[in-house]
Design a protein around this ligand. Structure first.
Ligand SMILES: Cc1cc2nc3c(=O)[nH]c(=O)nc-3n(C[C@H](O)[C@H](O)[C@H](O)COP(=O)(O)O)c2cc1C
Length: 188
């Protein structure tokens, strides 16, 4: 027996993206975003409300995107609960340190396995409540200890978490269970 639900933001799975920016004084800021994804081969999309992050991105045109992990879960949730508008040093409070990105003027936080350095390409439906941000991925930084034997980032090593919008939870990403563009060949 199936049950019906009214339309909701229940697309699954949702990422836990950590958007890093500098404020006007050069202090690192971070926020949590679940409504984002790949837009094109080298572009991402983020549905961005009116946050301190939004002001920083509007000013600088750049930001970083890291992928939250089990180890960074508490800090990741915290930066999604508290605004840099009120808590100026929220990143320090989360216990995160960072370095300036090599390709964009935005912070790369040390505690994440993989980070995108991004440049705004376009803002769609921009208003005082936010916008849909389209951004170029200009570089990807991955910590060496998360690389697979082929030299590329290994998702299974990262302990990534996803956001569960149905019960407001974070769920650990599991293990590899198949080969994409390949497993289905068994039915061809
Ligand atoms: C699980 C979770 C998901 C969120 N997803 C989004 C999102 O997709 N877009 C958005 O604009 N805000 C999102 N937020 C809210 C911001 O992270 C939050 O308002 C944050 O405090 C903004 O920080 P800032 O003002 O320092 O930039 C989310 C928060 C949480 C906890």
């Amino acid at each position: 027996m199936k049950k019906n639900f009214s339309p909701k933001a229940w697309l699954l799975p949702q990422p836990v993206l950590i958007i890093g920016t500098y404020d006007a004084e050069g202090t690192p800021n971070a926020m949590n975003a679940a409504w984002g994804g790949q837009w094109d081969m080298k572009q991402i999309m983020i549905s961005l409300g009116a946050h301190a992050t939004t002001e920083n991105i509007n000013r600088d045109g750049v930001f970083t995107v890291a992928f939250a992990t089990e180890e960074t879960l508490v800090g990741a949730d915290y930066v999604g609960l508290v605004s840099g508008k009120k808590q100026h040093d929220k990143v320090a409070h989360a216990g995160w340190s960072s370095e300036r990105g090599e390709h964009v003027n935005a912070p790369v936080f040390d505690c994440f396995p993989m980070t995108f350095e991004c440049k705004v390409a376009e803002k769609l439906y921009e208003s005082e409540t936010g916008c849909y941000l389209i951004a170029d991925i200009v570089n990807i930084v991955a910590d060496e200890k998360y690389l697979a034997s082929d030299g590329k980032p290994d998702v299974e090593k990262m302990n990534l978490i996803t956001f569960d919008p149905i019960h407001n939870g974070y769920i650990a990403l599991g293990k590899r269970v198949g080969d994409a563009f390949s497993a289905g060949k068994a039915l061809k």
